[in-house]
Write a protein that binds this ligand. Structure first.
Ligand SMILES: *Cc1c(COP(=O)(O)O)cnc(C)c1O
Length: 349
C-alpha cells in the first residue's frame, strides 16, 4: 500500500486515559495463560497481582477493573458504617468518586491543604477525640494529586502522615492512580513511597497505557477481605488474564518512559506561559497542566470548543480553567501544534 499523506491527527490532551495498548501488550494478551478468575484463579491475573504487589512492597495484590473500584474496596475492607475517613479536601476519592462516601455508610471528611497535601495541624485537630463522634478508621493520601495539577506529595509529608496515623493505630490508604508519575518525579522506586502506607491502588490505564484495570495492594488479610468484597460488587471477572497480560506489561515496562510525558508537559507549560499575561499555565511536576483563562474574556466551555476546531482536545476545569494531560501519544511536535492553536484562538478573539 502506498503511504497517503494525512492531516495531522487531533492532539488529544483530555487525559492520559486515552492511551492505546502497545504492540507488546497485544502480544502478551494473545499468549497469556488463562483460567476462570472467579472459580479457581486466572494465572495471568495472579502473576499481575504478585508482580505489582512486589513492586509496591506489599504482600498481596488484587486486580480490579478500575482504580475507582480499588479505592472503594480499600474503604469497604477497612472501614465500618459510621466510621470516618480523613483525606485531603480536593481528593479524587472525595470529589470525583463519591462512592466511598455514599455507598459505604462511612463519613468522608475533607482536610484543607496545599498542593494536594493535607495541613498536618488540621489533620491532628480532626483526629482529636473531641472533634467528632465518629471513630476515624482510615486516612487516605493521593499522589500525584489530580485536582492539584499533578503535584507530588513530598516524602516527608507521607512519612509525617504515616507517623500521625500509626501513633493512633489508623491505617493509611494511598490513591496512587498516578503513583508511577510521582515516583518518576522524585526519582525513587514506587516502593519507597508506598512504605509509608498500608494499602495502595495503582491505575494501569492512564500513563501506563493498559486498556483497563488497576491493582490494589496491601497485607494478605486486607487483600483477602477486598477479594471477597470485589465479588459482592461484581468486580470478579473470568478469563481476565486477557487484560491482566496488558497490565503486566504496563507495570514492568511502561513506568520507565513517564519522564517523557513530564518533559512534554513542561514544554506545553513553557509554551503557554510565553503567551502571558493573557494565559497562565501551572508549572507541572508531572504530566498535568492547568491553564488559567480568566484574562481571555472567554470561559472554559468556549475555549474547549475553539481549541477543538483547531484540532486540540482539552477539558474544562471549572468556568475559567482548562486541564491538559500529556501521555504516550503526545510528541514534542504535537505540543508545538497545541501551543500554536492556543495562540491562534487568542488572536482570533
Ligand atoms: C483517574 C483517577 C482515579 C480513578 O481511576 P479509574 O481507573 O479511572 O477508575 C482515582 N484516583 C485518581 C487520583 C485518579 O486520577
Amino acid at each position: 500500500m502506498t503511504q497517503v499523506a494525512e492531516a495531522p491527527a487531533v492532539v488529544d490532551l483530555r487525559s492520559d486515559t486515552v492511551t492505546r495498548p502497545t504492540e507488546a501488550m497485544y502480544a502478551r494478551m494473545r499468549s497469556a495463560p488463562l483460567g476462570d478468575d472467579g472459580l479457581d484463579a486466572d494465572p495471568t491475573a495472579r502473576a499481575l497481582e504478585d508482580t505489582a504487589a512486589a513492586m509496591l512492597g506489599k504482600a498481596a495484590g488484587l486486580f480490579v477493573p478500575s482504580c475507582t473500584m480499588g479505592n472503594l474496596l480499600a474503604v469497604l475492607a477497612q472501614v465500618q458504617r459510621s466510621e470516618q475517613v480523613l483525606l485531603e479536601a480536593q481528593a479524587h476519592m472525595l470529589n470525583t468518586e463519591r462512592g466511598a462516601a455514599t455507598l459505604t455508610g462511612a463519613f468522608l471528611l475533607g482536610i484543607q491543604g496545599a498542593d494536594g497535601a493535607m495541613d498536618l495541624d488540621r489533620l491532628e485537630a480532626a483526629l482529636h477525640p473531641s472533634a467528632s463522634p465518629l471513630r476515624t478508621a482510615l486516612i487516605a493520601l493521593e499522589t500525584s494529586h489530580n485536582a492539584a495539577g499533578g503535584t507530588v506529595l513530598p516524602v516527608d509529608h507521607m512519612a509525617a502522615v504515616a507517623g500521625i496515623a500509626r501513633a493512633r493505630g489508623i491505617p493509611v490508604h494511598l490513591d496512587g492512580a498516578r503513583l508511577f508519575n510521582a515516583a518518576t518525579h522524585l526519582g525513587v522506586p514506587p516502593a519507597e513511597l508506598t512504605a509509608h502506607v498500608d494499602t495502595v491502588s495503582l491505575c494501569l490505564s492512564k500513563g501506563l497505557s493498559a486498556p483497563m484495570g488497576a491493582v490494589l495492594a496491601g497485607d494478605a488479610a486486607v487483600i483477602a477481605a477486598a477479594r471477597r468484597l470485589r465479588k459482592m460488587i461484581g468486580g470478579t471477572q473470568r478469563q481476565v488474564g486477557v487484560v491482566a497480560a496488558a497490565g503486566l506489561e504496563a507495570v514492568t515496562a511502561m513506568g520507565a518512559r513517564l519522564a517523557e510525558d513530564h518533559a512534554r508537559a513542561r514544554q506545553l507549560s513553557d509554551g503557554l506561559n510565553a503567551l502571558a499575561p493573557r494565559l497562565s499555565a501551572t508549572i507541572p511536576q508531572t504530566n498535568i497542566v492547568q491553564v488559567d483563562l480568566a484574562r481571555t474574556g472567554r470561559d472554559s466551555a468556549r475555549w474547549v470548543e475553539d481549541l477543538e476546531s483547531a484540532g486540540v482536545r482539552t477539558r474544562p476545569l471549572g468556568p475559567t480553567r482548562l486541564r491538559l494531560v500529556t501521555h504516550r501519544h503526545i510528541t514534542a511536535a504535537a505540543i508545538d501544534r497545541a501551543v500554536a492553536a492556543f495562540r491562534t484562538c487568542l488572536d482570533a478573539a
